[in-house]
Design a binder for this molecule. Sequence first.
Ligand code: B12
Ligand code: SF4
Ligand code: SF4
Length: 379
Amino acid sequence: METSTQARAKEMVEREGLSLVGVAPARPVAGVREAGMAALRQGRLAGMAWMNEAWIERAADPQAFLPGARSLIVAGLPCHSRDPEADTAGPTRGRVARYARGRDYHRVFEKRLRRIARTIREEFGEAARATVDYGPLLERPLAAAAGLGWIGKSTMLLMSGGGPWVLLGVVATTLDLEPGRPLRKTCGNCTRCIAACPTGAIAPDGHTVDARLCISYHTIENRGVVPRELRAKFKDWVFGCDDCLDSCPVGASRWESYPEFAPTTVDNARPALRDLLALDEEGFAARYRGRAIMRAKRDGLVRNACIAFGNVGTAEDVTALAGALADESVLVRGHAAWAVGQIGRRVGVAGWRQTLEARLAVEQDPWVREELRFAIEGE
Ligand code: B12
Ligand code: SF4
Ligand code: SF4
């Protein structure tokens, strides 16, 4: 490795505005393949079907990502943003995870990393390939191997200045760069994230997350029914969940995210639930094109809004939900039924049972009928 190459690589990365960078050797991190396989075997990856054995095998091996790679440039993108002013008088609002409130980070980040990869190819004649999230590469252990931070009990990669509020991306290259050293830091006796997780998704001793219980998984990746016993624990989350991140004392100073990436309005961070319920496919695409929320798809996001309504909605919200009982999507209808039952019982809205019974009289779908019956009768 030449010092001038190292200096030039550093300059390339800095020119892209990426100051949180480390280099890991392009070899598998010990124990990671096994940890991924164990998660798969134990069902902790839930319905993320693409994360099968072959995916994990490849994602744990940087050589499968870029044959002949010698170095992995691992970069962090700050993603914390402050909550907007509380709007207590307005409509009932949901909550979007901070990383997803502005432009899609994949695009923001990928553009920068791809430019770095191109410069490496053009200037050094070496191979280079960039990825953000989709890989296949398991990014957190690589970031830890690069000395960028350490893996906390929440399974998040924690950095000294910014805690868990950093997204990760990698440029793999055949360029020979000097690797960083893994940090010796740990979470010590802290267990705040474990206590803060509303569903008990983090193992009692930390270090593994069971996606089957994770609000982030259900609100982003789950395309189907959210288990009934979990719904009441989702609070107002409609896309992702930051509870384990918000509780983390590391990086209390919290770097703010780049302006291009930050939320511009209260609606991006705390969307009015009735506005989400009113979205059809076109309205959904118009509102969320270029944003990470597209991942949930229209039916998924409206389903999430129904669950949030059930948890934090008021008597006035039952009218909006009554409309959702006739939604084209079976998924939305079933979760709307649950929400009407929750609000009805909690705040005692007149006529909520009749609203559900009227729908039951015409509903054809067996699962929605079951949800309606459950909502009417309770446990
Ligand atoms: C699948 C996935 C999820 C799943 C599963 C999460 C999980 N904890 O496993 C779900 C949908 C639940 C999810 C949620 C979130 N995710 Co996510 N997710 C991913 C993805 C695509 C793969 C992660 C994965 O494979 N997990 C399975 C486990 C087995 O692997 P792992 O966590 O990478 O690594 C573990 C093991 O390797 C093990 N390990 C490491 N070294 C060693 C050594 C030994 C000896 C052993 C035994 C084990 C071991 O510990 C690691 C930590 O548990 C990555 C992107 C990527 N390509 O890596 C993003 C990623 C991890 N997610 C990210 C984010 C931001 C989130 C959320 C915060 C989003 C939100 N606000 O809602 C939440 C946080 C939930 C949480 N506490 O983890 C960021 C994390 C950034 C960071 N600072 O850590 C990533 C890196 C995406 C990115 N490019 O920035 N996510
Ligand atoms: S994202 Fe939310 S549900 Fe998932 S592990 Fe963290 S606190 Fe628990
Ligand atoms: S909350 Fe505490 S235990 Fe959890 S990741 Fe942060 S420092 Fe570690």
